[in-house]
Design a protein around this ligand. Sequence first.
Ligand code: SF4
Length: 412
Amino acid sequence: MQIETEAGEDGPSPRFSTFNEWKEFRSAGRGFWTQVPDSDWNSWHWQLKNRITTLHQLTRLMPTLTPEEYAGTQLANTKLSLAITPYFFNLIDPADEDCPIRRQVIPRLAETYTAPWEMSDPCGEDSHSSVPGLVHRYPDRVLFLVTDRCASYCRYCTRSRLVSNATGYDFHPEFDKQIDYVARTPAIRDVLLSGGDPLLFSDEKLEYLLSRLRAIPHVEFLRIGTRIPVFLPQRITAELCEMLRQFHPLFVSIHSNHPRELTTEVRDALGRLADAGIPLGNQSVLLRHVNDDVAVMRAHVQKLLRCRVKPYYLYQCDLVAGSAHLRTSVRKGMEVMDGLRGHTSGYAVPTYVIDAPGGGGKVPVNPEYVLSRNTDRVVIRNFEGKIFEYPEASDGTPLFRAPHRMEEPELA
Ligand code: SF4
């Protein structure tokens, strides 16, 4: 994506107008679907039924498809299916080959290339599955997979081995066994429903599942991981929110990567969830030419707060097979984090993590703020690069000397 820049005191910075445009709330509009009655367009069932799922539909709606995308879409059904809701499709800029929305959902031929270090299950979930569909990696919490279906499919999906079933994984969760495992494991106090997307279930099915989990005395905390508010905000109905509010404390983690995904429709859907008392967090994946840029990410996190969503995690893209064209370096991720911390509200700053390849869990990765630790002080830098020292004995006990600006910055 081309970001307009202009020279400022601190080097190039995005044009104020571009940054402000990203932060504006706009409707996704109707695009090709102006003739569709409002009652259909606003129905989540209609949106799902009318998803773009074939090369034929895609070329008809987007004649600007590149050869790389054309070939990628031809092969998508052997790796990760193509599906895009009409609502989300309207966010794609057909004139921009590198549109950040387009890169996330339209297949490219590069998906068929696999580097030697890439894996089909980069987070080692299958090896941590005590029963099918239940990942127990951390001591007090479990990942409870409920489905392999999503409203649209993200081309970098960590679970592309199973979501959409294009590879024939044939995922069949067994709720009774999963719930039984949670019930007989008192250490589990936190259950995260994910998939696939749990909010694709009917209200009744979701209520059944949540009620059974809520009935387990040691389950203190329920979470739902979902990209539905972004792909299909029509699903966030008043009835759904009313049903969910019975299960507090219930948190919802959404998944949004770029400020343009935060439309008026998404803002309103998130507002309905927040009004139902549901704390909201966001998980972003750092993606090349999507959000690997300080200005894009700053606009995004600030806009999330305006949607009442706390930016929670920024993930380094997992080493999932066929995702190299969407990955960016850890160095770039740290540069993005450096451009957030101190430059915007602390609430807007997510934790940048790498999910350790093979199943090591989330490891936080931070730009270096502690420059050195000496026998009598810790030398730190702030967001402006200014250096300070904090007096402390090597064994961690406080010293009787006030911190002050370093007189000898070369010591750092
Ligand atoms: S919504 Fe989540 S589970 Fe579904 S394809 Fe995207 S990243 Fe994967």
